[in-house]
Design a protein around this ligand. Sequence first.
Ligand code: ZN
Length: 344
Amino acid sequence: MKAVYINELGGTDVLTHGDRPEPEISPGEVLLRVHASALNHLDLNLRASNCRRFPHILGCDLAGEVVQISPDAGTDLKVGDRVLVDNRVKCGGINLCEHCASGNDQWCARQQRIGVDRDGGHADYVVAPAINAYTIPDAMPFTEAAALPIAAHTAWHCLITQAQLQPWDDVLVQAAGSGVGSMGIQIAKMMGCRVITTAGSDWKLDEAKKLGADAVINYRETASISQAVREMTDGKGVDVVFDCVGADVWEENMLCLKPQGRLVITGVTSGSRSSIDLSILQGRPLHLIGSGGRSRRSMADVMKMVNQGALHGIVGRTFPMAGVAEAHQAMHDRDFFGKLVIEH
Ligand SMILES: [Zn+2]
């Protein structure tokens, strides 16, 4: 089969579009014909420095069609079903780690990720546990479905599970144009919140408004995000900040919050090291919330909303399989809104 894989670490030139053996299903798994797969910042890190298995097929987000089902899979899925895949593979059957046994599969000790620890979705075919495949609406294009899993699940986990978003919350979503940012806007609006969001260009802010953002900040033209946020909230600040940017905005995030405000962080694309002015926390009771693993239960909740038409995958640009290197460059340059998707 055709696939995009790497044999060594390096720049975009190590991405090889070539032949790899077709995968075979193990007990409990399904074989999928992949129709679309999406990029994440993680792919760039894997390619450049973090991959530990070679040759490795990249692609953590994917959507496709079920073509074979293991006889013991115990699933309602049928051959021909259109699905997307949660890439986190956890304990199955009766052999559970202590976290899975106690209903906390988000902390599964044996967790493996499709596209990281196992071959990913930039390929004609991929195998996944049946429990990781979720059916999608009949009318949803595979490209839109591939844009959903990691971005939607991460934003849901951070905002609903971790920050426990309430309809009366004012929310600042950093980086409207990112995958998780664009999903964060949708989820916060779905909950009935007022949403303020940031981006570095006006066309991205226009896209954010189309998703429902109530107020927007072009951070390149604003001296202080926190001051702009305070002006938009009668001087009060917001209840929740959802951030995937990291070090560059860490202190500004804290200054945007009301007393008892919640800052939930999921990404560090601008860097992970930051010094904190601890006097901010001395003077203001804030909750700093991490992200971490995501549960099957929250993925099921996400898919319920997807199948009700309440959440949509945002496809920023599409590329052919032979264009994965170009897609990696586009991800690096960040001149897109939503997700970069590979059409198979
Ligand atoms: Zn487990």
